[in-house]
Design a protein. Structure first.
Length: 250
């Protein structure tokens, strides 16, 4: 004998669930179409009163202080973020080790060929030329010809800072710290918010100048060996894995 399937409705769930676990009377509903968000207000009985369009930024603003406690997920795992001009909701997933899966170490790799030794000589030469000031150099990969091009953008320099006009095509930014050590300062951390490699050279006046490198992903940084980017860094000394004066604020 074939049994007839039963459709479970909201009313069915409400009849068996405790009152505090179910509220099936809508107060406000949002309808999302491809181009518009519509807000519908309801009365105490759940009947629709009025419907009108609202902006995505208004909706995001209302939920900005949302406690993110749904009862289905742990507290404070939902959050609002903005990517470009688009507000979106994200879910924080805490890191965990799963049995049976191999450990994966983070890494960064340059898809283009590594930068040749002649460019290291150019970096050193420009850094010495601008002493005692800092200087910014940007590397752009010309894919059509398969070669690197280094540009020294329009900039204002001083012994403790460099302000420059950024080239959005840059793959690698290199700036000097003059006679100071090669390290990423708090100002560098705030400025370097793009998707590219970043390098800093220092102790330019010495016989063993320094170089530090890292990869940046929209404000998240990971130090990498200079060999990730350059074929040969001589005469520079790579500070990867070495403590530097990172607490200096400039």
């Amino acid at each position: 004998m074939k049994r007839k399937a039963k459709t479970v409705t909201i009313e069915d769930l409400a009849s068996v669930a405790p009152v505090e676990a179910m509220d099936n009377t809508p107060r406000v509903t949002l309808t999302l179409t491809r181009e518009t968000i519509w807000l519908t207000r309801h009365d105490d009985r759940g009947a629709a009163i009025s419907t009108y369009p609202v902006s995505a930024s208004d909706v995001a603003g209302v939920f900005h202080g949302f406690s993110a406690d749904t009862g289905l997920l742990p507290a404070d795992v939902l959050f609002w973020q903005t990517r470009g001009t688009q507000p979106r909701i994200g879910i924080y997933v805490p890191p965990a080790r799963m049995n049976g899966l191999a450990m994966v170490e983070p890494y960064a790799r340059l898809k283009a060929p590594k930068i040749g030794p002649h460019w290291i000589e150019r970096i050193e030469g420009l850094s010495v030329h601008f002493l005692p000031d800092e200087v910014m150099m940007q590397f752009i990969y010309v894919d059509v010809f398969g070669v690197w091009d280094m540009q020294c953008p329009s900039q204002t320099t001083s012994p403790a800072s460099v302000h420059f006009k950024d080239n959005g095509e840059s793959v690698i930014d290199v700036h000097s710290h003059g006679i100071m050590d090669a390290f990423f300062s708090t100002v560098d951390n705030a400025d370097e918010q793009g998707l590219r490699f970043y390098c800093v050279v220092g102790c330019i006046h010495s016989t063993t100048p320094q170089i530090s490198c890292r990869v940046g992903v929209y404000g998240h940084h990971m130090n990498v060996p200079a060999s990730t980017i350059f074929e040969d860094i001589s005469p520079f000394y790579d500070t990867f894995g070495v403590e530097t004066n990172a607490d200096i604020p400039f």
